[in-house]
Design a protein around this ligand. Structure first.
Ligand code: THU
Length: 299
């Protein structure tokens, strides 16, 4: 399969989108087993513009998150994968088949990302995947069509490594990481799993040292692994220990506050799970803005 998604921005682009959406396009084509070269066009724009297009082409007088305009006659029960003859007829002078147009409101993508607690990039990826399956003939009007569309979307999102992660899954990752704890002095094993807003999970364990003060806690191991790989936005951290509930120490609270002042903190010990949020664990915290001249100037 060859092909791509042609992205046009009428608003400032979100970093990482080009690479992720090309990957998403290829994953959708693969999931639908489309072997002919194909492409789609995507415009990422404002609420106002999507409202205008929705009114003009669909006679719906409001803004929305995503619109898709298929260029083939694919429809539920007659999707592109199984009916590639539909595509052959659509092949244009670029030598590829045009699947159709997609419009996304970046304002909506931002708002929905905030609501679901994930990154704008993850939301843009999901909206694009959803719209691409519409272009391929999928729909969600009938319950059974909806189920098969969702199954395709989930398969692709999983393939892209941007699934929704449950607290239980995060705790399990922390438990796995705990097995690697290096604790010859305290014998107190701790594991952590840090969930990034883009869906990645970074794990860590405590690593002790003969010079006790050089010990690194599990939370900071996970955090530093993430930051050193370019990841700085996080939504949750699960921390687990065998002997008692491992509420993060003061230094770890401070370290987390630097990057994720609102992070959810999930603590588990022998199946007992408790949760808090960093503002409760570190009230009146000193954050990255506090020491700057900008901040001091405002006082
Ligand atoms: N420890 C953590 O890994 N995380 C915490 O937040 C509390 C303490 C580790 C450090 C040391 O290896 C052991 O637990 C006992 O203090």
């Amino acid at each position: 399969m060859t092909g791509n998604i042609v992205i046009e921005w009428t608003v400032p682009p979100v970093q990482g989108t080009e690479e992720m959406l090309q990957k998403a396009f290829r994953a959708c084509m693969e999931a639908e087993k489309i072997t002919l070269p194909a492409y789609a066009q995507l415009m990422i724009t404002t609420d106002e513009e999507i409202h205008r297009l929705n009114r003009e082409y669909r006679h719906v007088d409001r803004a929305t998150d995503v619109l898709s305009f298929p260029s083939t006659a694919a429809h539920p029960g007659y999707t592109l994968g199984e009916h590639q003859n539909l595509l052959r007829r659509e092949m244009d002078d670029t030598g590829a088949c045009f699947l159709g147009d997609i419009i996304i409101s970046l304002e909506r993508a931002y708002a929905q990302a905030e609501e679901y607690g994930h990154s704008p990039l993850r939301e843009l990826t999901y909206l694009t995947v959803h719209a691409l399956f519409h272009l391929m003939g999928y729909d969600h009007m009938e319950e059974c069509d909806k189920r098969s569309m969702r199954a395709m979307e989930e398969k692709v999102m999983e393939n892209l490594g941007v699934t929704r992660v449950t607290d239980q899954e995060l705790i399990k990752k922390a438990e796995e990481a705990m097995q690697f704890a290096y604790v010859p002095y305290s014998h107190y094993k701790v594991g952590a799993a840090l969930l990034a807003k883009d869906g990645r999970i970074f794990t860590g364990c405590n690593i002790e040292n003969g010079s006790y003060g050089a010990t690194n806690c599990a939370e900071r191991t996970a955090l530093f692994k993430a930051v050193s790989e370019g990841c700085r936005e996080f939504s949750a951290i699960a921390i687990t220990a065998e002997k008692s509930a491992p509420w993060p120490c003061g230094i770890c609270r401070q370290a987390l506050n630097e990057f994720a002042p609102d992070i959810r903190v999930i603590v588990s010990c022998q199946g007992n799970v408790e949760e808090s949020a960093l503002p409760q664990l570190l009230p009146h915290g000193f954050g990255p803005g506090n020491g700057t001249l900008d901040y001091l100037g405002k006082e």
